[in-house]
Structures are given as C-alpha cells and as structure tokens.
Design a protein around this ligand. Structure first.
Ligand code: FPP
Length: 246
C-alpha cells in the first residue's frame, strides 16, 4: 500500500506508541474466545510496524502486556506468553532482514524463562539494526517504572537538589528513547491505563473505535495524517508556534 498523499513525509513523528486494545471484544463479537483475538492481533502488529517503517518512524512502542494483565485468567496469561514466544520465533528473521531493532521495557525478569530467552535472543540479534526500533512493553506499568526509578535514584544517593526532568528520564526504562509524539489507542476506550505516564506528557492522543485485530496499515496512516493536522503548542500560544515555523 502506497503512503497516502495527505501525509507529509517531513513531519512524521519519531516515536509512536500504541495501546493495542479490543482483542477480547473483537473475538467475542465474532463468536471466538479471547485468545483468538490475541492471535489475530499479530497481523495488526505486523501491519503497524510495516507502516511505521515505511514512513520513517524511528521508534514504535507497543503495550503488549501490562503489570495488571498478570491478573487475567491463567490460561489467557499462558496463551499470551506462548504467543509472544511464537511470534518472536516466527518473525525474527524478517524483522532482522528489514533492519528492525527489537527492544523491550518492563519487568522483564518476571516473564517466563522461555519468553525471556527468546526476547533476549531477538534483542541481541537485532541490536545493530537501525531502520526502526520496535519496543515491546511487557509486564510494564508506568507506576512500576516510576517506583523503580525512585528506588534506584535513592540507591545511587542522588541528592534532592540534583533531581530534575532530565535526570528522572535517565532512570526510566525509556532512557535514550525520545518521548512519543503520538499515542494511539484502539477499541474506543479513552484512557492511558498506566502506560508511559511520564513520557506521554506532551504527546498527541489518538483514539479510534477500531478493535486492534482490525487495525491495518491504512488506519496507522490515518492516525499519522490526523496527528500532522494538530498544532502542538507545548504550553505556548498559537501565535508563538506559527512565528517559530516561519
Ligand atoms: C488488549 O486487548 C490486548 C492485550 C492485553 C494483548 C496484546 C497482544 C497482542 C496484540 C498479541 C500480539 C503482540 C505481540 C507483540 C506478539 P484486550 O484483551 O484487553 O481486549 P478487550 O479490552 O476487548 O478485552
């Protein structure tokens, strides 16, 4: 699919984050179990990554499994972990061939051994790729991340007067990764759900009714086109932004 003409290639966000939501509802509405929804969501992951790469997005972060998701029924948690392993095993050659660098944020130590191993193998294998970085948020929640950051700052003996935005950012899982300019959430829900609370401070939020398993390249492009139509003011006035752009 060609890049639509309403997208300005000069104004593509560097980093897009996605809350992939609606797998369960989509599956139910088609008479399947929830796990079928997750399996079907893999195609949407592939299409979003492809669209992002073609546009020149440098980082794509996907909320694949939250800290709270551990509380789901055991069979669903196991199926998601299994799907993660199978997806990495099945896709890693193509990811590598396409210059995708795999990365992960979250409490990775908490993942089952097979998951940790495949993930780490994929991260190591693709570490020198530079087309785009695909970041999987796994066993991740923003409050967990912030609590961990504070603990490590205290362990490092950071003094109160040394604490500022930049220092805190270096203690987060996303150190060295620019904040997302755009966050997409599918399925009609309009909330952040403990995802990148610090990093989304100035992000544009885009909500679509489409359930994740139906999210296609065209939907990704549509989100980018809408993002490009927004004015990002960062607390300044519209006039200041227009003057700066001239
Ligand atoms: C949210 O939908 C989705 C998840 C918790 C899992 C996302 C996982 C995938 C899309 C699988 C493939 C991903 C990778 C990276 C291999 P939900 O279950 O909360 O849906 P609901 O709100 O309709 O119940």
């Amino acid at each position: 699919m060609a890049i639509p003409s309403n997208i300005n290639p000069e104004k593509v966000p560097q980093h897009v984050a996605i809350i992939m939501d609606g797998n369960g509802r989509w599956a139910k509405s088609h008479g399947h179990d929830r796990i079928y929804g997750h399996l079907s969501g893999v195609r949407s992951v592939r299409e979003s990554l492809e669209a992002a790469r073609e546009l020149g997005v440098k980082y794509l972060t996907l909320y694949a499994f939250s800290t709270e998701n551990w509380n789901r029924p055991k069979e669903e948690v196991e199926a998601l972990m299994d799907l993660l392993v199978k997806t990495i095993v099945g896709e890693i050659d193509e990811l590598d061939a396409n210059g995708v660098r795999l990365d992960a944020i979250g409490d990775i130590e908490h993942l089952p051994e097979s998951c940790k191993n495949e993930l780490q193998g994929g991260i190591d294998r693709t570490k020198d790729n530079s087309e785009i970085t695909l970041i999987l948020a796994l066993s991740y929640s923003s409050r967990w991340e912030i609590v961990e950051a504070i603990k490590r700052m205290m362990a490092d003996g950071v003094k109160a007067e040394e604490v500022n935005d930049n220092l805190i950012a270096t203690y987060l899982c996303t150190k060295n990764i620019p904040d997302p300019e755009l966050m997409i959430r599918t399925s009609g829900e309009q909330r952040i759900s403990n995802f990148l609370l610090w990093q989304l401070a100035y992000s544009e939020l885009y909500f679509t009714e489409t359930y994740w398993p139906e999210f296609r390249k065209a939907d990704f492009f549509e989100a980018i086109a809408e993002f490009q139509g927004r004015e990002r003011r960062f607390g300044k006035t519209s006039e200041q932004i227009i003057l700066k752009d001239k």
